[in-house]
Design a protein around this ligand. Structure first.
Ligand code: GDP
Length: 532
């Protein structure tokens, strides 16, 4: 397979990959810190590019207007850059909880996670949810306590909160000297230096620590009470705090904690340098047969973790995002789709960065490739080269909880309506159902915002104005067709079928479901997914 690059080159290329996602509650500063990282990587020249501009590699399509209007990040994109000898892949994840399903799947495609926390707010709901997904994967988690330029909570409390709320040990890599207006700098335990917040001249940003872990008494900072406070906190951490343990970090049982201010670009570089030195290279993946696929294997393999239509509104396209799990990807290669056994030629791929300096032109294990897709792929698909079948486990899916009826406003535009419905549903964020006998369209989603995005995209990408009538929150339960009698349906348990034709009831509430169980005790009802 890898005829154009030597095994040695491939291994080297894989070893320098660092693929991670940033998780946070909305507004904690994920976008701002991402931008700072991209600045260090030389990918963008000024901050404000990622969310603001519509051109460039990250801003994707017109529907980002929704993001701007509502001030949230809806898209998951991939950003790649070279920094400090590493090739970094950042997989962006939407912060809004209505899109957490997309985020969950993206987290299946990374080797490490960065958790950004607002020091004024501590651990918030969405951070906690996403943390649990990362924790379940057993990958390393690095914490950035953000917004140090504002008054926040006591750093010791923030560390304690990691243990109390998330049950993960925190190890402070650095420590704030003051906060808000009183912010003087960081006490950097790892690099044994003090990093000043406002340094007068270049080169004076860092003051090395002596063997006692302090700075020279002649430095005016030693007079400052915040410096004294930081020293006593550090004493406490040294005496009674957690001991740094790389093995625990690797398993996700301990998180290295960094402090800083993404907005003023303080502490971000220190964090990035340290994080990249500790974050793992691409890891091995288990298949459903219990085999382990090593990233450096000769054969190529990967899985689809996300599908998105109309990345570029000028070309009608759908992109399947593939995490490369082993070997190297080359344009035009033939792969087998594990689900069908079919051979597919991967002629059309999009790279998230092209770099002339890189010897290995191909994407390798750890990278993400975007494949232009004409309907071959669904989320969770495994693809591979070679004779040995490679099938990775299914990705997490969630049963929708909110439902709406959809109809086109203009009956003359049925064609674009159906096309849009079909393509957007294939992305996986919303589910399509039809009423059992009358074939009316019903959409299900995990959050309301997904309907809004759907409606907006139908209008702007397919020129189809859709009418949505809310059905409200429902519990979806599948029923064995053998046991089904359509007369079991009522307005409180709507009978519909999913896209595979399987019948299910949409129960109005728990009460309606219990009533059904009592009335038809022999009828088996099941949730669809492991998350139910
Ligand atoms: P996201 O929703 O997590 O992507 O958050 P953003 O990066 O968009 O940041 C949310 C808001 O917090 C924006 O107004 C940022 O300018 C602001 N912000 C981000 N980082 C900092 C910081 O370090 N200090 C202060 N004061 N504000 C910040």
């Amino acid at each position: 397979m890898i005829d154009t690059i030597s095994k040695q080159e491939l291994n080297k290329a894989i070893q320098r990959r660092r693929t991670f996602a940033i998780i946070s509650h909305p507004d904690a500063g994920k976008t701002t810190i991402t931008e700072q990282m991209l600045l260090f990587g030389g990918v963008i020249r000024s901050a404000g590019t990622v969310k603001g501009k519509k051109s460039g590699q990250f801003a994707t399509s017109d529907w980002m207007e929704i993001e701007k209007k509502r001030g949230i990040s809806v898209t998951s994109s991939v950003m790649q850059f070279d920094y400090a000898g590493k090739r970094v892949n950042i997989l962006d994840t939407p912060g809004h909880e209505d899109f957490s399903e997309d985020t969950y799947r993206t987290l299946m495609a990374v080797d490490a996670a960065v958790m950004v926390i607002d020091t004024a707010k501590g651990i918030e709901a969405q951070t906690k949810k996403l943390f649990q997904v990362v924790k379940k994967r057993g990958i390393p988690i690095f914490t950035f306590m953000n917004k140090l330029d504002r008054d926040g909570r006591e750093p010791l409390d923030l560390i304690a909160e990691l243990e109390d709320l998330l049950h993960i040990e925190g190890y402070a890599m650095d420590w704030p000297i003051g906060m808000g207006r009183g912010l003087q700098g960081l006490y950097d335990r790892q690099n044994k230096r003090i990093e000043l917040y406002r340094s007068e001249a270049k080169g004076e940003q860092f003051i090395p620590l002596n063997d006692e872990g302090t700075i020279d008494a002649s430095n005016p900072l030693t007079e400052d009470s915040v410096y004294q406070d930081a020293l006593s906190d550090i004493d406490l951490l040294n005496e009674a705090g957690n001991k740094f343990d790389m093995a625990k970090v690797a398993r996700g049982d301990q998180t290295p904690v960094f402090f800083g201010s993404a907005l003023t670009n303080f502490g971000v570089k220190t964090f990035l340098d340290s994080f990249l030195s500790m974050a793992p290279a691409p890891s091995a993946h288990e298949t459903v047969d219990g085999a382990t696929v090593q990233p450096t294997a000769d054969e190529f393999s990967g899985f689809v973790f996300k599908i998105q239509a109309n990345m570029n509104p000028n070309h009608r396209d759908r992109i399947a995002f593939v995490r490369v799990t082993s070997g190297a990807f080359e344009k035009g290669m033939d792969v087998t789709l594990a689900r069908t056994g079919k051979t597919i030629r991967l002629n059309n791929a999009t790279e998230f960065m092209s770099d002339e300096r890189e010897q290995v032109k191909q994407a390798v294990a750890g990278d993400i490739v975007g494949l232009y897709d004409t309907g071959n792929f669904t989320i969770g698909d495994s693809i591979y080269t070679g004779k040995q079948k490679v099938q990775f486990p299914k990705l997490p899916q969630f049963t929708p909880e909110l439902f709406v009826r959809v109809t086109p406003k203009n009956v003359m535009k049925q064609k674009s309506f159906h096309k849009g419905m079909q393509q957007l549903v294939q992305e996986g964020a919303i589910q399509l159902y039809k009423t059992y006998n009358t074939d009316e369209y019903i959409l299900g989603a995990v959050g309301q915002l997904q309907f809004e995005v759907f409606q907006f995209r139908m209008l702007h990408e397919y020129h189809s104005e859709v009418e949505m009538t809310p059905i409200g929150a429902r519990t979806a339960r599948w029923v064995d067709p053998e046991q089904l009698d359509p007369s079991m349906a009522s307005s409180r348990n709507l009978l519909v079928k999913d896209i595979t034709g399987q019948p299910l009831f949409l129960f109005e509430n728990r009460f309606a479901e219990n009533w059904f169980h009592d009335k038809y005790p022999d009828v088996q009802l099941t949730g669809k997914f492991e998350t139910d």
